[in-house]
Design a protein around this ligand. Structure first.
Ligand code: UN1
Length: 506
């Protein structure tokens, strides 16, 4: 594994070379649990993105000539490395983004699954062969790579999400330019080292470290054929707009949510409490699929509230490297400020606060972790009818509203869907009619029954509706965003016969 043993900052990986890039600024990555600086990196500029795109374009012709199986060979090497180094890399994920250690490792495992899926598909290709309406014709669909794929990824899954974007793109014959999140550059450095070790041809994979300006340079450049973006709704909307102004370019964006779990009066309350705690507090609420609304039937409301509040009061917040920690810190100080502001907004909006762990008790913060970005659960009761900002806007933290409903499943789903977002959600009920009603009517891309609304598997589509996204930059659906489909029709006769009864007489 790379150790930053000298004072030299880590570099970008462009055209098969490690480079300082054109800029002279550097930035640091921080351990959010301790505040310590982990490593220093060169900050990418537009000129670096330009060099990376030039390399990616150059590499296109030879890369697309290889078979899927030959391209997948490079990814199999990476797959084995991810598997062999899961514990070590999981620890680095935890150190750099603060997720507790089982989550750090799961991030690496999810990356391995994605690579396995993409590379495995090379041996198990699917296609469309369709009968022509004319007996003497054959017709089928051929996929071709779109070209250069720009990948912009978030910090909360710093290993898995880059592979969501890149594994399928590369196997399908595209070349990539990747701008990782500025909060997790060390994880990105290691991923880039894996590509280097795999011996993938120069220019096929390029990585430029940096901030939003480097991401913007990718989105704006006409050499990029598809942009894959996972991140905030605000930035995703800008990406979508910029790309829409460039004819022929595509964007697949997956953004945030104001996700909800519906708990009906047919729910098993053990399942309900467990699912709600996982949905709201795992990853300290920092998944785009995390739940910030719990919609609970009046008949079970009081009992659920008592049990949920009890767990929220006691759930272990602390050193993410310790095995018994449930919630690590928030990713950075600026983000903690934002979450605290939303908690304050909720108080100003006059909700009933049930759990307030903004200030952790001194004995909850482990020694040596005083500078971490700590926060505990914030739980409150809010009336859906009151239409409060705190129940409408995404917070991305352990901030959750309990909302009581009366009536039947239709009433619950109406509240569930009354949001601009539509990423993930869950229903907890033992009544299959309610569960099926939810499945068919919940306006979300990821719906769960008797489960938390987090924890998707990579071989399923992952994306949202409404403000949560305009495509699927993940799982098997990436193939649609990174390939052109040519409809190929071949005449097996000497005569030309046309479809739709069109006359071919001349
Ligand atoms: C995210 O929420 O930002 O479904 C990604 C999950 C993970 C991926 C989450 N597999 O919870």
């Amino acid at each position: 594994m790379s150790q930053q043993t000298t004072a030299q900052p880590d570099r970008h990986y462009i055209n098969g070379e490690w480079t300082d890039g054109e800029g002279d600024e550097t930035f640091e990555s921080e351990n959010p649990a301790t505040g310590e600086t982990l490593r220093t990196f060169h900050r990418g500029t537009q000129a670096d993105v330009d060099a990376a795109l030039e390399a990616a374009e150059e590499a296109q012709d030879e890369w697309r000539e290889l078979s899927h199986i030959d391209r997948a060979e490079y990814l199999w090497d990476i797959y084995h490395e991810l598997r062999e180094r899961t514990d070590e890399l999981g620890e680095i994920v935890t150190k750099e983004c603060g997720k507790e250690i089982s989550e750090g490792k799961a991030d690496v495992v999810e990356a391995a699954h994605m690579v396995e899926w993409a590379a495995g598909n090379a041996r198990h290709p699917h296609g469309d062969v369709v009968p022509s309406e004319i007996g003497s014709k054959d017709a089928y669909m051929r996929r071709k790579p779109r070209g250069v794929i720009g990948c912009i990824t978030p910090w909360n899954f710093p290993v898995a999400i880059p592979f969501w974007h890149m594994a399928v793109s590369l196997v399908e014959g595209n070349t990539v330019v990747w701008k990782p999140a500025e909060q997790t550059p060390w994880c990105a450095q290691i991923v880039a080292e894996m590509f280097e070790d795999s011996g993938i041809p120069d220019g096929v994979f390029n990585m430029v470290q940096g901030f939003g300006d480097a991401g913007e340079a990718i989105v704006e450049d006409e050499r990029v054929d598809t942009v894959l973006f996972t991140g905030s709704a605000e930035v995703g909307q800008q990406v979508g707009q910029t790309v829409a102004e460039q004819p022929g370019k595509l964007a697949a964006c997956e953004m945030g949510g104001k996700n909800a779990v519906v708990i009906t009066d047919e729910a098993d309350l053990d399942t309900a409490v467990h699912s709600a705690v996982m949905s709201s507090f795992k990853t300290t609420g920092q998944r785009c699929v995390s739940a910030e609304r719990l919609i609970v039937h009046e008949n079970v409301y009081d009992e659920f509230k008592e049990r949920f509040v009890d767990v929220a009061e006691n759930v272990a917040v602390g050193d993410p490297l310790a095995e018994d920690t449930f919630m690590g810190p928030l990713v950075e100080g600026e983000h903690k400020e934002k979450v605290l502001e939303y908690n304050e907004l909720a108080r100003e909006e006059d909700v009933d606060v049930l759990v307030d762990r903004d200030e952790l008790a001194a004995d909850e913060i482990p020694d040596g972790h005083e500078d971490g970005h700590w926060i505990g659960p914030f739980v409150y009761e809010a009336d859906h009818e009151a239409d409060l900002r705190c129940t409408r806007e995404e917070v991305f933290g352990p901030h959750v509203a309990l909302m009581e409903y009366s009536g039947d499943i239709e009433d619950a789903v109406e509240i569930h869907n009354d949001t601009e977002y539509g990423l993930a959600g869950a229903i907890i009920s033992e009544d299959y009619r309610e569960v099926n009603y939810y499945r068919d009517n919940a306006e979300v891309g990821l719906a769960y029954g008797n489960l938390p609304c987090i924890g998707a598997e990579v071989h399923l589509p992952f994306g949202g509706v409404k403000k949560s996204g305009n495509g699927y930059p993940s799982g098997r659906e990436v193939i649609e965003a990174v390939t052109e489909r040519t409809a190929w029709t071949l005449n097996n006769s000497k005569d030309i016969e046309m479809a739709q009864g069109l006359s071919a007489d001349i």
